[in-house]
Design a protein around this ligand. Structure first.
Ligand code: 13P
Length: 257
């Protein structure tokens, strides 16, 4: 049974006071354990104060990126060690905005995934096709290729990896993949995990959906049998909308038994 994970990717939003207030509100709502896993990924400068705000609650802390080298002359970069040091348990790797605006490719991403795992972080590895890929019938080919970012990950390490399917045409656009499109992509990804790692790992690995997840579509998406959580952008920036999505996750978890 896969536990639903509701993750908020705050991207480059919220100043310290806003982020701390939001994380305090979430920690107050989910003070101990919750039926689903809850994660927030603030910007680097605020990881430490926000980590303090959620400490002891059910809300976990993650970063949006890392660099693969352990330390050294890499101006502007942040290592896995540093993320652990400020209390992160998770890191996002390969978000489409990193691929699109910062030119990150699968070979680099594979190193980042390995570095995250080596530093004891859980990794959310993101994949997703562009609209042109989908129109050209290339969705599955693109997703299969992007999974090269997991090439250095062993079957045992997959226990600390979550895959996120985020179709680029659905990110920040208000256009959500239909439940059928999401379920279909997730089934495809799980099939790919099966050929890479075998049945048991494929069945145990969580695959999140991301792209315009909102309170009003979360339950339907999260109720799909292969949708094991949500990676939420815009709707994660306010306590009421993010909480509504977490509650939809709790409901979906109950429905799935
Ligand atoms: P939106 O929920 O704003 O579409 O963003 C999705 C996303 O990119 C999360 O990582």
């Amino acid at each position: 049974m896969r536990q639903i994970l509701v993750a908020g990717n705050w991207k480059m939003n919220l100043l310290q006071s806003q982020g701390v207030a939001l994380s305090q509100a979430l920690a107050a709502k989910y003070p101990s354990s919750a039926a689903v896993e809850i994660l927030i990924c603030p910007a680097f400068p605020y990881l430490s104060p926000i980590g303090t705000a959620v400490r002891g609650s059910a809300v976990q802390l993650g970063a949006q990126n890392l660099y693969f080298a352990p330390q050294g002359a890499f101006t502007g970069e942040v290592s896995g060690d540093m993320l652990k040091d400020v209390g992160c348990g998770w890191v996002l790797v390969g978000h489409s905005e990193r691929r699109q605006f910062f030119g990150e490719q699968d070979e680099l991403l594979a190193k980042k995934v390995s570095a995250g795992l080596a530093h004891g972080l859980k990794v959310i590895y993101c994949v997703g096709e562009q609209l042109a890929d989908r129109k050209a019938g290339q969705t599955e080919a693109v997703l299969a290729k992007q999974l090269a970012g997991l090439d250095q990950v062993s079957a045992e390490q997959m226990a600390n990896v979550v895959v996120a399917y985020e179709p680029m045409w659905a990110i920040g656009t208000g256009v959500t993949a239909t439940t059928e499109q999401a379920q279909q992509a997730h089934v495809f990804l799980r099939g790919q995990l099966k050929s890479r790692y075998g049945e048991a790992v494929a069945a145990a690995t969580r695959i999140l959906y991301g792209g315009s997840v909102k309170p009003d579509n979360a339950l339907e998406l999260l109720s799909q049998s292969d949708v094991d959580g949500a990676l939420v952008g815009g709707a994660a920036l306010k306590a009421d909308s993010f909480t509504a999505i977490i509650e939809a996750g709790i409901q979906a978890q109950t429905l799935k038994g």
